[in-house]
Design a protein around this ligand. Structure first.
Ligand SMILES: Nc1nc2c(c(=O)[nH]1)N[C@H]1C(S)=C(S)[C@@H](COP(=O)(O)O)O[C@H]1N2
Ligand SMILES: [Mo]
Length: 536
């Protein structure tokens, strides 16, 4: 059997393994698909600098790149195992088993997979092993006269063209019993076709089974109660409606997404509970209906990711509806010496929020809705936290299921050992949305516009300067309160040439953004956003 045939058999066997694993994961849960489990484990084990590099390089595609990378490596190894299987089938089978062990270990380290979570890996590897041995056996047949053929047509003498001409007889090799066998290309290729069909069908079926239909349907079935504390209508002057300027409310479909989950957790609200325990007098466990029966508050809050670069787009503003976290925590009897609320999501992400911030009267919510609809799955359905003024990694737990009242000197959340600050108050920032960097403008009157944020303090001033000249005050749009970003704009009489526009904001406590440039890690980027344009 030539090397290419071994590689092909290995690839197809690998495909069958993944297809069957996908099918089983469709029943057991998409997060148990071994590629996802290994990918998720990789995300958690990746050193912070590598992860930062990946986010910087691939942005929101980092997950796709990771899964793609795992698949490419798997394909390479599967092909290699196929090549080795020509010598001895046991090599290939042992290699598959080794992958099974890695897959099982990865699955077992995941917080959201029970013991049944190993089933996709185990059945996948078993199916892959069967496929490999079947293909390798099938590709060879007892060869009467094979020894003779080998003398006449040894590979060294066979020209490329002849190799492709039907069932070429390769040098005879001895199979177990010692009878000579020959490679049968046609039988291999028909076997391969069968394997591809099995792999493809299993993959498609598995994806359908594991699809979001059930949770999507449950989401559509949620009736949102009216807020007991509605937000004021958004002031008409909150949105300057300038082309290219971020709208005041970010539509859900455009809202940035940052999380460690390779597949979006699917949480059925009928199964969801929120457990509150630790340093509380009365531990409680709430169902989704319990939560919806409590008074709901509506609030406009701008979320920001600590990984957002100066000028970056990991920031968005929405109208949230939810129960005040403080109400729930008071009901549980939060003790005064608990200074941290350690929240956990269904997929095991943890987040440590300063308790005093949550309890100080601001609109810190267990949110159930975003911009008038139940939370989108990507943004934490059925329940997530939203805390004005804190970066997402210390406050905004999506798919939240557990709150432990604890202390910063006793517990650590997900990102802390990975090099990010324990506490993450949002730093005042401002961004130029128009003109875009590198834009070519016509000389004359133009509008420069953008957004600025200083959540829970509020933005009091935005200034703009061109080419290091005088700072000029921008016009500020209205805001419903201090927890959202604020649009700004300024007129500029653009003159021919290359120009750099800079912006800086001052918050309501009188502090102006520092010009000191700092990277996102460990506690948020600083510096002034600048945009260079060409005026013709
Ligand atoms: N379960 C879970 N929640 C999470 C995260 C996560 O990785 N897992 N990431 C946090 C971070 S870093 C940010 S910035 C916000 C982003 O929320 P969004 O994706 O809805 O914009 O979610 C937070 N909540
Ligand atoms: Mo974040």
């Amino acid at each position: 059997m030539p090397a290419w045939a071994g590689a092909l058999a290995g690839l197809v066997a690998g495909g069958v393994a993944l297809g069957v694993a996908q099918l089983a994961a469709g029943v057991v849960g998409p997060q148990t698909f071994p590629v996802v489990a290994v990918g998720d484990a990789t995300v958690d084990l990746t050193p912070a600098p590598v992860k930062d590099f990946a986010i910087r390089t691939f942005g929101e595609h980092d997950k796709a790149v990771l899964v793609g990378g795992v698949l490419v490596v798997l394909a390479g190894v599967a092909a290699l195992l196929g090549v080795l299987s020509r010598r001895r089938l046991a090599y290939g089978l042992a290699g598959m088993a080794a992958f099974g062990v890695v897959g099982v270990l990865a699955v077992l380290t995941r917080p959201d997979t029970g013991l049944a979570g190993v089933l996709p890996t185990v059945t996948g590897v078993a199916a892959g092993a069967c496929a490999l041995s079947w293909l390798v056996r099938r590709a060879t047949r007892p060869g009467e006269g094979a020894v003779e053929a080998s003398v006449v047509r040894s590979p060294a003498r066979v020209s490329g063209g002849e190799r492709d001409a039907g069932a070429v007889e390769w040098p005879a090799v001895m199979r177990g019993g010692g009878e000579p066998v020959v490679f049968d290309r046609r039988r291999l290729l028909t076997g391969v076709a069968g394997g591809v069909v099995v792999a493809g069908a299993a993959t498609v079926l598995g994806r359908q089974l594991g699809g979001r239909q059930a949770v999507d349907a449950a989401r559509l079935g949620v009736t949102l109660p009216k807020p007991a504390a509605p937000a004021m209508p958004i002031p008409a002057g909150a949105d300057l409606r300038i082309g290219g300027l971020s709208p005041f409310i970010t539509p859900n479909r455009d809202f940035y997404r940052v999380d460690t989950a390779l597949v979006v957790p699917q949480v059925d609200p009928r199964d969801w509970t929120l457990r509150i325990h630790g340093m509380v007098d009365r531990p409680v466990e709430l169902t989704f209906d319990d939560l919806l029966r409590m008074p709901l508050t509506e609030a406009d809050v701008t979320l920001t990711c600590v990984s957002n670069e100066v000028g970056g787009n990991l920031v968005g503003n929405a109208r949230w509806l939810g129960v005040r976290m403080a109400d729930v925590l008071r009901q549980a009897g939060l003790r005064a010496d608990a200074d941290m609320l350690l929240s956990t999501s269904t997929d095991g992400f943890t987040c440590g929020t300063p308790a005093d911030v949550v309890m100080d009267g601001r609109d810190a919510l267990f949110a159930v809705a975003m911009n008038g609809e139940p939370l989108p799955l990507d943004h934490g359905f059925p329940v997530r936290q939203v805390v004005p003024g804190l970066y997402g990694y210390v406050s905004a737990t999506k798919w939240v299921v557990d709150i432990k009242a604890t202390r910063f000197d006793q517990d650590q959340a997900y990102w802390t050992p990975r090099g990010w600050a324990e506490r993450g108050p949002i730093k005042t920032q401002s961004r130029i949305d128009v003109p875009k960097p590198g834009a070519s403008l016509r000389a004359g009157d133009t509008t420069v516009a953008g957004v600025a944020w200083a959540q829970h303090t509020g933005v009091d001033a935005v200034e703009v300067r061109v080419d290091g000249g005088q700072w000029r005050q921008a016009r500020l749009a209205e805001v419903p309160g201090p927890d959202t970003w604020r649009q700004w704009s300024i007129d500029w009489a653009a003159t021919p040439g290359s120009h750099t526009i800079e912006v800086r904001a001052t918050d309501a406590s009188g502090r102006t953004q520092t010009d000191q440039a700092a990277p996102p890690a460990p506690d948020g980027a600083t510096g002034w956003h600048s945009v260079t344009v060409e005026v013709g």
